[in-house]
Design a protein around this ligand. Sequence first.
Ligand code: FE2
Ligand code: FE2
Length: 233
Amino acid sequence: MKACFPSVPVEAPSSFAAYSKSPVCAWLEHYQSSEFMFSEAQACALSRLLPLLVCGEQSSQWVFYNESRRQKYQSVEATALDDFERIVLDEKYHEQALECVRSQLAESADILSIKRRSQRFFASLGARNKIEEHFAQIACLDALVCKLMLFIEKGHLASQHPFVLLCRAIKQDEARHVSVSKRHALKLGYDKSKWKEMNDVISQQLYDLLNTERAAFSEIGVQIDDVFDLVSA
Ligand SMILES: [Fe+2]
Ligand SMILES: [Fe+2]
């Protein structure tokens, strides 16, 4: 599948475990040569949902890659830089693992319009925003991704299904990304009193995107309205 966003110029190390603490590395080592079993309807649903998720992982790599570059020219503690570089790698592994599942499924006929919608969503984040607002957005977005992963875990697939295990592993990384992004937004001067409003806006925008695939979500046991606490939903 052609990428939504080009790759960041960082290679994911081929020896996973030596470099990364991401549980998704362990998942890849274990499952990347496996054949994944889904019902026909679930395979069809996931062939629509995985491109959305893959697109998000690609976009996120750029956010943290650009920030690690920007920070290199400023005197920032090495730990913050390490955090960003580690997240770039996490997101690469997320992309690789999701793509590994997706590549076993038939492409849906309207794949291009699905990809275009998600590309538009992710590209609009950060556009015209100050950098601290962008990181606040990422914190809200990754928190919602954690929640979505949790709903997939509780959905129709068996609790030990490799895809469910992958969602659990991604969720663990995303929870860390939320705290790193939050801390960074505040450090850059983000006004704490705006979190709630920001969260409402991002929730609504992500809801609008995912709601276009509500039938596919429902097929894997996720009712999209339950993931979001939207008053109007
Ligand atoms: Fe991710
Ligand atoms: Fe993330």
